[in-house]
Design a binder for this molecule. Sequence first.
Ligand code: NAD
Length: 488
Amino acid sequence: MKELPEAKLYIDGVVRRAEGDRTYDNICPWTAEVAGQAADASATDVLAAIAAARRAFDETDWSRQHTERHALVKKYMALLRENRERLVEISRIEAGAAIGAACRAHVDFALNGGDDLVECSKAIVWEEDRGSREEHGFVSERIVSHDPLGVVGAITPWNVPLYVNIGKVIAALLAGCTVVLKPAPDTPHMGAIMGELAVAAGLPPGVLNVVTSADPAMAGEMLVADPRVDVISFTGSTGVGRHIMEKGAATLKRIFLELGGKSVKIILEDAPDFAMKVMMSMVIFHAGQGCAYPTRLLVPRSRYQEAVEALQMSYAGYASRWGGYDDPENVMGPVISKRQQERVMAYIELGQQEGARLLAGGKTCPDKGKGFFIEPTCFVDVSNEMRIAQEEIFGPVLVVIPFEDDDDAIRIANDSVYGLGGAVTSGDRERAMRVARAIRAGCVSVNDGMSITGDLPFGGVKASGVGREWGREGIEEFLDTKAIAIRV
Ligand code: NAD
């Protein structure tokens, strides 16, 4: 497998190595071998990045020049698109994306989403005339302005790194904020290329900074604690999100959290092509490493046996069709790391101990080499109380739960600490809509509708997060509101 060039830091407009030239190994999930080196930022590097972002916000007109800024960000997005092939290569090599997943969810989806944000930003109203009013015997003309929040610490995960990097960086820049991007240790190259192309796009120094480091927590903790950082926009696990919210309280930071999920797909008994809909519910895309992936499949008890047979057939048919690095049709590769492989395997073990029936998969695949592969896995006869139904596994594992009627399906769907995504299928649109409206989640797909696109808000309720990303709402998250009154 090809080695990637060293991933470098990007601080104050300069692409450079870390202090003391420190680097760490970036491990390829397909081979468990070194895929490249990445700059291992020191605390001094992180402080320099924060200082640069602060200076760019406070001492330049970046936050005020809306038209020029919009043009620069648009150019930056165009450059990212011109580098599509490199982005696909990085997502394949360092994130373990199969080609079918790399092109779609990882790169094209991210690039389209970034363009959507550029478009959505045109709808931002920077100043609103709120009219005049007499109060205390004199008249004031009033304006409400929407101003960028300041320096954003953007902390991102490894599963769809370009998508999350773009969702935060492009929205924050369009809003007029400046950014320190801290990618996950497993996916530094997708962060580094954001820096490299920022130079090429001519973004002013300090407006975007990228710090990669081997330590998962150090740079992020510094961003959360530093009073010069106004906002933390975090995507990752619920545990780390909770920790960030606690730590951020010390400096009263604005905190946005995009966290984990255990989303449902509900197939009602009147769904057209019932068996086909069930078969399409395998958790295989990017080995199930998607936050809003519907990993709990809810099927009616009246058609449960039919659903189990359909799944048995689809999993058996798929058994030899995944895991090929060069197969353009393949959408499923390894999981990201040894640690993640062990975590998912522990859940598969747990599911069996809890009494669920393993219908398919359940093993690692040493025959595919040293990479972190796990078979597409399906548990049936699952009850929603089991930990495999309640906890986020973040691997290629589907759990199947029977329900009695629509209200029971809604009850099971909402009996979760999470509330990120959801899906419902029915032959009757109004019936599906009733269920969709009742699901407590940030986005719900009805009859395979696309509820996640760059021009729609995305985010979670309950333990799935606070705030919204993407769409106009995702840009507005980086704005504050100011009332100005002029006595006339
Ligand atoms: P993670 O929480 O381990 O790490 C996320 C990021 O936080 C990484 O950059 C990591 O280095 C950093 N980090 C770790 N400890 C930190 C600390 N103490 N302080 C500050 N930063 C710290 O998550 P992960 O394993 O990288 O990603 C998988 C998780 O991300 C899953 O739970 C998944 O559901 C979630 N996710 C959510 C969304 C969403 O939009 N809701 C999207 C993608 C992934």
